[in-house]
Structure formats: C-alpha cells, structure tokens
Design a binder for this molecule. Sequence first.
Ligand code: PLP
Length: 488
Amino acid sequence: MTGQGFQEAANSAITEIERYYSNLPSRPVLPSVSPGYLQQLLPSKPPVDGEEWQAIEKDMERTIMPGITHWQSPKFMAFFAASSTYPAILGEMWSAALTAPAFNWICSPAVTELETVVLDWLAQILGLPEVFLSKGEGGGVIQGSASEAIVTVMVAARERFVRRQLEREGVTDVEEIEDRSCELRGKLVALGSDQAHSSTKKASNIAGTRYRGINTVLSNAFALTGKQLRAKIEELEAKGLHPYYLTVSLGTTNTCAVDEFESIAEVAKDYPDIWIHCDAAYAGAALVLPEYQHLAKQMSFVDSFDMNMHKWLLTNFDASCLFVRKRRDLIDALSIAPAYLRNQYTESGLVTDYRDWQIPLGRRFRSLKIWFVIRTWGVKGLQEHIRHHIKLGELFAELVRSRSDIFSILTPPSFALTVLTVNAGGKQAQHNGAIKGDDPRPFEHQHVPIEPQANTSEVQEANTITKEVYTLIDQRAEFFLTASVVGE
Ligand code: PLP
C-alpha cells in the first residue's frame, strides 16, 4: 500500500467507523452466529497473491460484523462498561503509526516520558496520596489489564517477602539463598476476599503460591473487614504458612463492594511484610469526583493501586493504570539486564526503563490515548461524565425499586451499579404478561445475579425478568451504558 493508498483507505475506514457509531443503536447488540461461523466464510488457506484494499474492506461488513457483540451500543447491558471514544481511537492510531516497543527510555524517550507525565496527572485527578507520584519513590505505569497488574505486583510482593526474610536470617551464601528462597516460596499465601476478582487467584497460580479467599457476608454488603482479615492471617500463621499479599477491592465485580479500608489498614500495621494491592478496576474512575476522594485518601496504606481507564474513563482497551508506592520493589523483582539492554542512560540512573515495571519486555505507546482523553475532556469533563453515569445509575435503582413486586435490590447501589435479585414465589407469573415487545434476541448473556439457592427454573425466570427490565428502560437508552446488570 502506498502513502496515497493509505490515505484513501484510512479516509474510507474513518468514514465507515463514524457511520458505524452513528448507526450503532439500530444494530442488534448480540451476534446471531453459531460457533465456527467464520471458518465457513473465510478460505481455509491464506491468499498467495496480495489483494486490493477494497476487497479486504468489503469483508469487514460481510464476515466480521456478523460476529461482533456491540459493546458500545447503548443497549449493551452486560458486564462493566468498556469505553471507546474518538480521541482515544486517534491515540491508538498514532500509537500504531509510531510503533516502537519502547522497553527502555532510549528506545523512544517520548514514549516513556509521556507515560510518566500522564500517570502523574491521573494520580492527581484521582486524588491519590502523593506517595504514588513519580517525584518521590513511587510512580505509575500502564499495564494491559488489571489482571496483568495483579500478577506483576504479586511477583514483586513474593520477592520482597523472601528478600526481607533472608535479610533477617542473615543468609548470604548464593546456594543457600536459592534453597531457602524456594523453601519460603512454598509457604507463601496470597489473600483476597471471596468477592475479589478471580484474577487474584489466577495471579497466585502464576506466582506459584497458595491462595486463600476470606469469606465476607451479605449483611456487610460483602465488604472485607479488618477483623476477618486478622482471623485469616492468624489461622494461616498457626499452620506455619506466610500470608504475603492481599487484594483489597474498591468495587468488586459482583456487587461493587468496597472493602473496609480503615480497619484493614489497622491490621496491616501489624503485618508490614504483606503487600496490599487495591483493585479499583472499574470503580477507581469514580475517584475523579471530589465526593469519592475520601476513598483515594485512604489509599495511603496500600503498596499498589490499579484502575482501568478502559472500563469507565473514556479510553479504549487497553489502559490499566497501576501506581506503586515504591518503584524499587518492582525493579528489584523484575529487572534483568543482559548486555543488549544496557545503555549509558540506564546506567546513569536518570531515566525510567518501564521494562523493569512489567512482565513483558516491549510495550506500546498507550499513554498517547490517555493524554488525548484527558486533554479533550479536562478534569471537569471527566467529572461530568462520571457524575452523569452515577445519576443514571440512581435513576435505574429507582426504577427497580418501583417494581418491588418483582425485584429486590441485593446490596446498596454502588457507584453506577445496581445489583438486583428476582423475588421468589408466584408473584412473578402475573408480571410475565406485562412484558412488551417481541424482540427475539436471546437474553442469556444479560445476567441477573441469582441467589445461590436458585434452581434452574428460577434462572430461566430471571432471564425473562431481565427482558422486563430491558423493556422498562427501553425508552432511555443511556441506561444501558451504565446500569449493566452483572453476574458471574
Ligand atoms: N478487577 C475487577 C474488580 C474487575 O471487575 C475486573 C473485570 O471486570 C478485573 C479486575 C479484570 O480486569 P482486566 O480485564 O483488566 O484484567
């Protein structure tokens, strides 16, 4: 493709993308394809001769679109929000144009330096404690996902625990260090509440340590408490095991529960070797609002904090923003410096090499899209965006309450999320008749959390009722963006 060809193709693609967004509300949200549909539409062998762009472009609508779930549709109801905005798309475009796997500062200084600047901006926008800014011992780094952030900090936590213990024991012989490290690693336990996102357990599998979930209760809105944490730590220590890592949640996936940071911080004082990570993947975006920043201030006890701009803050996937209190902890665990990665700037200690803050070596220019988004909206615009969604969430909760004959709200609505359950008993039947419309699309993908004792017929009932919610709010399409009904 020549430069001229690229210009024509890109203009055409941008026109198509804009048309796609303009017509999105009229597309069915869910695809109606069966597994393996694409293999039937595409040749089983790659083309031997190159093709014209026009032919490739045409196949987007014919082959790809039928298999797309339209997450950006105002009628999309599942999971959490997944942002996409034009400025962020432009950031992606530029990032692709300037592609550089900028693992070291020297690979492309602007890639590293813009990331430091925009993450310092973001820390300030969210009202995080100053320890997370790059001017001190901390700093931010963009990861691909909240799960990746958790694996990264968990490895740092594991190595920090082992290092400190070896120092205490005065082990210095190289082989002895290796043997004792392995022994210690075998006794380590990562912790999270039973509501923490599954990525904590997965990270623990990857880090090769044990994992224990701590039970929470509905009567406390599934928030983890300091008391529950202390009891679990004591139980594990009595067995000769070493808790070394804890995920606390600012907005769990199931119900958007917020753990009891104050009481957990008290317990943390007694266990300084446990790395505490705050997973604020979705709800962290709400910290742009001053009325939520009391939560940000409470983050002074955590070692790391992560939120996904790609969930609720107007930025396309992937943009998971991880902040650490001591960047040295990451670097000590993850830095490896073969000859081909060394250079005078690294040696000078004056630059950041983000390869030491993450698991992969190469990295994309993701800070561009964050820069474009923050500049386009400004702090005020970001606040208006979140405040508007929270208001819509409140309105949604009111609507649900207005149908207390069918629904109950399980836990107090949190941020823009309302979790509802379907009332048990025969009452539902009389409301089935109220379902309007004849939309044939399946609703299985739009989950309603069901109380654990629910049987299959209740699950089916829930799907029917979900359709009723859908009908109830159909006139106000914006709801679907924010009031996703989420379940596992
Ligand atoms: N943490 C929480 C609270 C989540 O809700 C999710 C996903 O919804 C994740 C982590 C995982 O996010 P990611 O896809 O960025 O790994």
